[in-house]
Design a protein around this ligand. Structure first.
Ligand code: ZN
Length: 293
């Protein structure tokens, strides 16, 4: 945390005594929306792929009910019962209902309150570092996207282009827009970061393929690393990849020791890249000359 972080923290606690709880509530609501994306986006992509396959194969497309981020209304995946807004309050409802559906009493995943709480912590964390500023808002968007990708990758081993690619572009635009600000990397560092981020993981995967005869990573991992390079600058990439590799290896060895993973099985790398990006951002000394190319 930079020296100004302490100042911002005290400013946040004194001046923002009312603003902070409000921001916390907004962050909880955003966390609730991230839960919707985590659950629905992979299903939307699956439906889209199936429709395209049916069209190519000239199979009669069955009419499906509308399914997007807002339709149908929130419902319990076990009993399909509609969840009333009263039972859909972020964090509070889960605690009040003791993690069970009010209609059928089947358990509601702890993932819901967990994502909401982490989103809230990300908001407080970014405000404590950057104060109430555009930089804090932008880094919150960056970290919330990483959190969403992390959970989707754990659950489906996918890193959707719908999140990774806009994240690459946004990182490039932000560094270009705030060219004089020390909170973001230099535009050239950001551009090189995106290219080198993609290329380095692609190259590592090519070597892996030569040795093992199979892919060790997916295209999504390359795009996510490009996004991390665009947001953090190329100088941050060695740290990001090192932290991600150490964590990934430690986790894989842990699973192997428990007998839950064979040596030949793969684990998603996206979550570790996301954590690597978050750790690198949190430990980097903003604002410093670190990002000047
Ligand atoms: Zn239910």
């Amino acid at each position: 945390m930079p020296a100004s972080g302490i100042e911002n923290l005290s400013q946040m606690l004194s001046v923002g005594w009312l603003t902070l709880p409000f921001m916390g509530l907004v962050a909880l609501a955003i966390g609730s929306f991230l839960n919707v994306i985590v659950y629905r986006l992979p299903l939307m992509l699956e439906r889209k792929t199936r429709r395209e396959a049916q069209r190519v194969l000239h199979i009669n497309v069955t009419t499906e009910t509308k399914f997007d981020l807002v339709h149908p209304r929130s419902h319990c995946p076990s009993c399909n019962g509609i969840i009333s807004p009263w039972h859909n309050i972020p964090l509070i409802s889960w605690v009040m209902l003791r993690g069970k559906c009010v209609l059928c009493a089947s358990p509601i995943s702890v993932r819901y309150p967990l994502i909401e709480s982490i989103t809230c912590l990300l908001a407080i964390g970014t405000i404590s570092i950057w104060g109430y500023s555009i930089a804090a808002l932008l880094y919150f968007v960056f970290l919330a996207s990483l959190l969403t990708l992390l959970v989707i990758d754990i659950e489906t081993t996918l890193l959707p282009d719908q999140i990774t690619l806009p994240l690459v572009w946004l990182g490039l635009i932000v560094s270009h827009q705030y060219v004089d600000a020390s909170d973001f990397p230099h535009p050239m560092s950001s551009l090189v970061g995106a290219i080198v981020g993609y290329a380095s993981l692609w190259a590592i995967n090519q070597v892996f393929k030569l040795i093992r005869g199979q892919n060790g990573m997916g295209n999504g991992d390359f795009k996510l690393t490009a996004a991390l390079g665009a947001w953090l600058g190329w100088q941050a990439l060695p740290t990001v990849i090192l932290v991600a590799s150490i964590l990934g290896l430690a986790y894989a060895l842990f699973l192997i020791s428990l007998g839950k993973l064979s040596v030949k099985q793969a684990i998603p790398f996206g979550p570790f890249l996301s954590i690597g990006g978050c750790v690198t951002l949190a430990t980097s000394d903003f604002p410093t000359a670190f990002f000047s190319l």
